[in-house]
Design a protein around this ligand. Structure first.
Ligand SMILES: NC(=O)c1ccc[n+]([C@@H]2O[C@H](COP(=O)([O-])OP(=O)(O)OC[C@H]3O[C@@H](n4cnc5c(N)ncnc54)[C@H](OP(=O)(O)O)[C@@H]3O)[C@@H](O)[C@H]2O)c1
Length: 305
């Protein structure tokens, strides 16, 4: 099968399209034929070996043999293992591929069980009211934003400020915070003001005109989705028991979380924002764009027609 192999650590040119062996599902696994996947910030960090921890997990000097990136997929179940009862051939699914990655390929085997730890991957029926490119872009960013907001215990009537509101995490966080009934202030650049308003932001701060840590408002939650500030810098805008979030120390997502995202997409309450779709053959260009740090929402990759 065709896959994107990370042959070394470095620039996007280390990514090569190669033929590797098509996987066979184990007893408790499904084999997913991948229609769409993404070029994710997490993939680019592994490719760059940033942070250093990447080398401990994926190979110290060079990536382990046939390391395939890709944290999320959308596609169809092509076959199932003998012990699988909750999926059948032909089911349309989306999935978080876990820390074994492997989504940037024509096929990916993942555990079907609902009790599987997220690091091994999570599979669920996909929201069928959106394209495969859109549903592929939900699991990684959607789950991370959801677990952050759940960690803060976000609830109706609270005020949340989201920095980096135009990125993958930010666009999901705006919509999820609105789902929980919070009042959202979104921080972004001038060019993204309309985008964040369209996703439900009640107030906006243009960071090119105003420093959000110096506003006179106070928030129950400050979520720095792009990790450009710090808890101490945000202390002045947090209420006394306010919570600062920056994607660290969040609990692992579960199947129920992926199902919640599916339901919200189907209800039209969560819209995956795509900033372009590339063919998987153009993976290096997709990574270059993600590396720029300017993407709005997510970058999808089309694998099969
Ligand atoms: N996505 C995930 O699932 C995930 C999971 C865990 C951790 N993380 C980490 O979380 C961070 C954000 O990830 P992401 O995927 O959401 O990033 P992203 O989509 O690449 O974020 C880029 C967006 O942030 C905006 N931005 C850039 N600099 C900014 C600044 N100083 N203030 C406010 N907005 C700014 C950019 O627009 P402008 O340049 O026009 O402002 C762009 O729209 C990364 O460090 C990533 O490693 C991500």
């Amino acid at each position: 099968m065709k896959a994107v192999v990370c042959t070394s650590y470095g620039s996007p040119d280390v990514l090569q399209i190669r033929e590797i062996e098509k996987p066979e599902p184990g007893d408790k696994e499904v084999l997913i034929k991948v229609f769409a996947t993404t070029a994710h910030f997490g993939d680019t960090r592994i490719r760059r070996a940033d942070p250093f921890l990447v080398r401990l997990v994926y190979g110290a000097f060079t990536p382990k043999k046939d390391l395939v990136l890709g944290l999320e997929v959308s596609g169809v179940v092509e076959s199932i293992g003998n012990a699988v009862t909750n999926f059948k051939e032909g089911d349309e699914v989306f999935a978080f591929t876990g820390f074994g990655l492997g989504g940037n390929a024509e096929y990916r085997c993942l555990p079907a069980g609902v009790g599987t730890p997220h690091r091994k991957g999570l599979v669920a029926p996909r929201p069928e009211n959106v394209t495969h490119e859109e549903s592929a872009a939900v699991p990684a960013g959607g789950l991370t934003a959801l677990k952050n907001l759940q960690k803060a215990g976000i609830r109706e009537g609270q005020r949340i400020l989201i920095n980096g509101a135009s990125g993958s995490l930010g666009t999901y966080a705006i919509q999820l915070a609105k789902h929980y009934g919070a009042e959202v202030t979104a921080v972004c650049s001038t060019r993204n003001l309309d985008l964040v308003k369209s996703l439900g932001a009640d107030k906006v701060i243009d960071y090119s005109k105003e420093e959000f840590t110096q506003t006179h408002d106070e928030y129950d939650v400050v979520y720095d989705a792009v990790m450009k500030s710090s808890a101490s810098l945000c202390r002045g805008i947090l209420k006394q028991r306010g919570v600062y979030l920056n994607n660290t120390r969040i609990s692992g997502p579960e199947h129920a979380d992926l199902l919640l995202l599916k339901d919200l997409v189907e209800q039209g309450r969560l819209k995956p924002v795509l900033d372009g779709t590339y063919s998987i053959d153009d993976i290096a260009d997709a990574h270059r764009y993600v590396d720029s740090g300017r993407k709005r929402g997510n970058v999808a990759l089309t694998v099969s027609a």
